[in-house]
Design a protein around this ligand. Structure first.
Ligand SMILES: [Ca+2]
Ligand SMILES: [Ca+2]
Length: 292
């Protein structure tokens, strides 16, 4: 009887060929490496030109991730995850780094959100960082670039700042805004406290537009977008990384793992870097599309 039902279903599928019967392709993640020796890693940021990966270490003994404690560092991994320089930049009295979080690379400079300040390190040593006017932030969190300017989110103020050579402008964002990213000229963000994903208006005029997926999440941290438009977001206390379909409707678990923070995506190599804050490591995954 059961067999007949399945056979009938297949015949109906073949005749109707509706979307529900089509073979689906889904993204699958396979772990390729785990890099330990991190110290409260918050963000992995891929330099798309070199494939090198910067990792921010908040380095806290007290789990106060917003302490101006003069302890923080930046690690660099090679493409595919092997360590290159575990302490590429460290806090110095004359150039403090407290609890670095989100980063982006723009015009040869690695920009880093560090509590209330944005700091810049030339990617090529001994060159001067570009002069950007930073905002007076409260809890600066993630950074992104659209290739024209640099953006930083402020989780406590619920706003995103746009910085270029002309100064700072404000962009409307949801309360608790955390991760931000750009994809094909559109800007996206996740909220730690509102538990949703949003499209933002990078001109700063329009209100954030929620995806309406808040019931799926606990505390969202990072967001990236694959080249087919699939979103990848990390839910830190939800202990998972998920994909959201390009039509913004379907949520699927991609990886179950503890405390995933601000993920980094190497689109060209299809590698995903997941800093695990409380595990003091970065897990590296190869992404493939497979038929379901
Ligand atoms: Ca610190
Ligand atoms: Ca973050």
């Amino acid at each position: 009887m059961q067999q007949n039902v399945w056979r009938m279903a297949l015949i109906v599928c073949a005749l109707v060929a509706g979307p529900g019967c089509a073979v689906q392709e889904v993204w699958v993640a396979r772990q390729t490496a785990v890099i330990s020796q991190m110290k409260g890693p918050e963000c992995a940021c891929v330099d798309p030109k070199s494939g090198g990966v910067y990792v921010s270490n908040m380095d806290t003994a007290t789990q106060d991730y917003w302490a101006d404690d003069g302890a923080g560092s930046i690690s660099v991994l090679r493409p595919r995850g092997a360590p290159f320089a575990m302490r590429w930049k460290e806090s110095k009295p004359e150039a403090p780094l407290h609890s670095p979080k989100g980063m982006c690379v723009f015009e040869g400079v690695l920009y880093v959100a560090d509590n209330t300040r944005v700091v810049g390190y030339p990617v090529i040593e001994d060159s001067e960082p570009a002069k950007l006017m930073g905002p007076a932030g409260r809890r600066l969190n993630d950074m992104a670039t659209d290739g024209v300017a640099v953006y930083v989110s402020d989780t406590l103020a619920g706003v995103v700042y746009r910085m270029d050579g002309q100064g700072v402008t404000r962009i409307k964002a949801p309360k608790g805004v955390n991760g931000i990213t750009f994809f094909k000229g559109k800007m996206f963000a996740v909220s730690w406290t509102q538990h949703d994903v949003y499209e933002l208006d990078p001109t700063g005029k329009g209100d954030p537009v929620p995806f309406g997926l808040a019931l799926h999440f606990r505390t969202l941290d990072g967001i990236e977008v694959l080249d087919d438009g699939t979103f990848i977001v990390s839910d830190l206390t939800g202990d998972r990384v998920v994909t959201i379909s390009p039509d913004r409707k379907t949520v699927r678990t991609l990886i179950d793992l503890k405390t995933p923070a601000d993920i980094g995506l190497d689109v060209a190599r299809r590698l995903l870097y997941v800093p695990q804050v409380e595990e003091n490591c970065v897990a590296v995954y190869r992404l493939t599309q497979e038929k379901q």
